[in-house]
Design a protein around this ligand. Sequence first.
Ligand code: F6P
Length: 550
Amino acid sequence: MNADGRTRLNRTPEWTALAKHREQLGEVRLRELFAADPGRGSGYTLQVGDLHIDYSKHLVTDETLRLLRELAAATDVFGLRDAMFRGEKINTTERRAVLHTALRAPRDAVVEVDGENVVPAVHAVLDRMADFAERVRSGAWTGHTGQRIRNVVNIGIGGSDLGPAMAYEVLRSYTDRDLTVRFVSNVDGADLHEALRDLDAAETLFVVASKTFTTIETVTNATSARNWLLRELNTGQEAVARHFVALSTNAEKVADFGIDTANMFEFWDWVGGRYSYDSAIGLSLMIAIGPARFQEMLDGFRLVDEHFRTAPPEANAPLLLGLLGIWYNNFHDAQSHAVLPYSHYLSKFTAYLQQLDMESNGKYVGRDGQEVDWQTGPVVWGTPGTNGQHAYYQLIHQGTKLIPADFIGFAEPVAELDDELKAQHDLLMANFFAQTQALAFGKTPDEVRAEGVPEELVAHRTFKGDHPTTTILARELTPSVLGQLVALYEHKVFVQGAVWNIDSFDQWGVELGKVLAKRVEPALTEGADVPGLDASTRALVAKYRELRGR
Ligand code: F6P
């Protein structure tokens, strides 16, 4: 029994039924599943907005899917979903509502937190962002010396970096190409150095993004950026107001830093960092693509929110993707999940999803405070597909691990490409389709022999197949499609956290390292004796100081 009175997840009849079903299915063969059901290729698909989702190449039958949906019902995934949309404090360890969905709610929607409708505040900030973004884009907002802003440097880390940096990359062809937009996150001074080395301070706007405004990496980089600006412009603090804006929930700390709170764009504690790039945290992106495109992206998010909120279980894409992940994670012992986009523009998408998924569901303590005794979030990894094919796909095809993967591709190349480069798109997509085919169906020893391969190489050249993949295909990579994709993954992560009975919205696991770093720093800089430092770290610190000649 859970501490909250619920039956332990892995003791529920629904879990036990799935475990039994897994045993009965044994080593299910995709070739056989397709042979038995000629309609599988088109039947095991869903359309959500612009996203065509094909889940036919999964090691599941109708019965598997039915049992998985029963598990979702038993764990009340939809009950928790409704509580989230209603603004209830489902982030129990931080006693907070979880309302990233309110960030894309229409102007006339009502979403209440503690009895107050938050939608007007959301739109007030969006309006201020739009006004500011237009002023920067048009040149009406100038720097301290009266020059037009041509460079935007976003300083933030984690959710205050990965989202906008990813989306900026994805939507590059929609950006104002006359603006240079860079993202600095690492406290390694090299990051800021490389971002600033060729910029003119008079034309540079810093967007300091931090929910808490206490994150040491961001505050340190922002301080160095401010010093650089004042040095370069040879002025005093008065220049800061035209060159620094803040995106935060913490007006007090923003003011302490020296940024005029009139230049602060607000968000709220019910927006988690990794769920925040459609809040004020998206300002750099909005400056780059313009408010209209930003709104299209929000509309894409909303479309999938509505789908998740209203679609029945059989046709609910985030539910389905979440449950498929649970099938492999908990009933096939899969340790990881690959996300493999076939679009150069999605090069940062998987890194973004790593935070979304791993910071949300990398937990071993349940919502009831008890340790779970089932596997929770997988390791999420991947890079754009064609590059991966020549690097690590070998292991996916012929290694000893089961690695479920999502393949994301588009029918149309990006409009900006010239005709010759557009013509390469079919080759890209031929690879996309070929890979999921090879992963699913492999090549039997007989097929290898029939090609005249010498007997001693037959085993080496055999592909067992049965590597499960989801294919997500859309016509074009637009701002709306990006919003749809991100919301799809946000809700998939939600579904899994709900089933595993963990709080997907806190992140206590990052705290210890932060505290220890603060403690260790004086040992590095001053050789201070840090009480309680373990023998290994003490020796490493001594070595570091020796190498630095201290
Ligand atoms: O890594 C922990 C974390 O709190 C993330 O959840 C968050 O996105 C990141 O740090 C940055 O936090 P902030 O926006 O408060 O600077």
